[in-house]
Design a protein around this ligand. Structure first.
Ligand code: ADP
Ligand code: ASP
Ligand code: MG
Length: 442
């Protein structure tokens, strides 16, 4: 069995849906199809959730959502039925917007409209291509805790639910990104979470292969939108690909590979508009293991520097610091410490899969025992590769290349698959281009 996931751009227009449906139809092993919201819709829903939104902007956004879906519907053979169904969903969405108790639970239910709408349309486009798929509500299977916005899936319950709802002989179409908690509340897995959903489904149904169909022909050496000379990697190891996704390679949600590794599922990333291109295979071990395989970039990073108010040799300071961060569920990326101070980076990007909010409350709690400073608009660059901590001769050329830039923090040695550093936001793309040219060869 193959689990195939199609991202937002792969289902964003009628033509894109047709291309994706033809891919599904071309192999009868593709029996569990997971799709995202139509491209742009989740961003629109996030904008709708803003408490400061005025009614004119609200109507504009709703109009955008309506037009995007109607443009697809008008090309479908089952126009009337789909239109009726869609307007039903739209009025449900409006009712939801009028609801007063706007908490995190309300937001997740709002965000779910995107995937619920796209799947209703795509199931018809599949039919037009001879694929009779059953529409499956992902919330029946993807059971999670109640961390709204970034829910943690429960893999044992998911395995049981998959057995109950999925007959391996049939074909299903379901939503990425959404799940539900034990009370039946809708939850979401973090921005870009459809990849993660698909991987959870693949593990649960014991699929042989997970396919991630997107708008680029695989995992590239760096974001091809930033560096035109970037090229697709034919084979990459699970470890390298996991590091790449964690450090900003948006092509995969950072948690995607864990379920696939656990379930021994092969992963392939490919382009739905160029399905004949080989794409990228993500495998346990690769034959060639370059020291630097890829470069990733994550913008909108925050640097938090914490100085202990106590004297030197104060033990327990790190524990105290991380206790506060853990209590607020703040995940930390890079850490650099000296005797009395600690610098750490947080992913505060708006669309981050694990977005961190550094609230005044957290800062106040830290200020009880430390001096705290916060710097924003930084960018994290990661070099991804193999045996990086054991390779001599890497530091020299790298630091020479970076000579004229201000490097704020460096982390090297903890992982054999990455070397990361923090730079100014404005210089970051230029640095990535320069490093790609100097260190990555085909
Ligand atoms: P989807 O909607 O299919 O999930 P995304 O926009 O989430 O697609 O991810 C695909 C995008 O990821 C590409 O268009 C590309 O700009 C970006 N990207 C960032 N880093 C990489 C990389 N190393 N390889 C490929 N794409 C990357
Ligand atoms: N639609 C969701 C988002 O835009 C999930 C996804 O695309 O993977 O974040
Ligand atoms: Mg994505």
């Amino acid at each position: 069995m193959i689990v195939s996931k199609f991202g937002g751009t792969s289902v964003g227009t009628y033509q894109a849906m047709q291309r994706s449906a033809r891919i599904v139809a071309s192999d009868s092993d593709r029996r569990l199809i997971v799709i995202s919201a139509t491209s742009g819709t989740t961003n629109d829903l996030v904008d709708l959730s803003e408490s400061t939104l005025d009614s004119t902007s609200r109507e504009e956004i709703l109009k955008r959502i309506e037009e995007r879906h109607l443009n697809i519907i008008k090309e479908c053979s089952e126009k009337e039925k789909l239109e009726k169904e869609f307007y039903g969903q739209l009025s449900e969405l409006r009712e939801h917007l009028d609801f007063v108790g706007r908490d995190k639970r309300w937001k997740d239910r709002l965000y779910a409209f995107g995937e619920l709408m796209s799947t209703k349309l795509f199931v018809e486009v599949l039919k037009e291509n001879g694929v009779q798929a059953e529409w499956l509500d992902a919330r029946e299977v993807i059971k999670t805790d109640s961390t709204f916005g970034n829910a943690e899936p429960d893999r044992e319950v998911i395995a049981k639910k998959a057995k109950k709802w999925i007959d391996p002989k049939k074909i299903y179409l379901t939503q990425g990104f959404i799940g539900s908690d034990i009370f039946g509340n809708t939850t979401t897995l973090g921005r870009g979470g459809s990849d993660f959903s698909a991987s959870l489904f693949a593990e649960a149904v014991k699929a042989d292969t997970l396919e991630i169909w997107t708008d680029v022909a695989g995992v590239y050496t760096t974001d091809p939108r930033i560096v035109p000379g970037a090229f697709p990697i034919h084979e990459i190891s699970f470890n390298e690909a996991a590091e790449l996704s964690v450090f900003g390679g948006k092509v995969l949600h950072p948690a995607t590979l864990k379920p696939a590794i656990r379930g021994g599922v092969n992963v392939r990333v490919a382009s739905s508009s160029e399905p004949d291109e080989p794409g990228t295979l993500i495998v346990k071990e690769t034959k060639n293991k370059p020291v630097i395989r890829a470069i990733s970039l994550r913008k909108d990073q925050t640097l938090l520097t914490v100085n202990s108010l106590q004297m030197l040799h104060q033990h327990g300071f790190l524990a105290q610091l991380f206790k506060v961060l853990a209590e607020h569920k703040i995940s930390v990326d890079l850490v650099s410490t000296s005797e009395v101070s600690v610098a750490l980076t947080l992913d505060t990007a708006v669309n981050a899969a694990n977005k961190v909010e550094l609230t005044d409350q957290v800062l106040d709690e830290l200020r009880e025992f430390a001096e705290v400073s916060v710097e924003k608009e930084l960018a994290l660059i990661a070099l991804i590769g193999n045996e990086m901590q054991k390779t001599s001769g890497l530091g020299g050329p790298l630091f020479t290349a970076l000579e004229s830039y201000n490097i704020r923090l460096i982390c090297h040695g903890a992982s054999s698959n990455n070397l990361c550093f923090l730079v100014d936001h404005d210089e970051s793309e230029q640095i990535v281009k320069m490093l790609h040219e100097k260190f990555i060869t085909e």
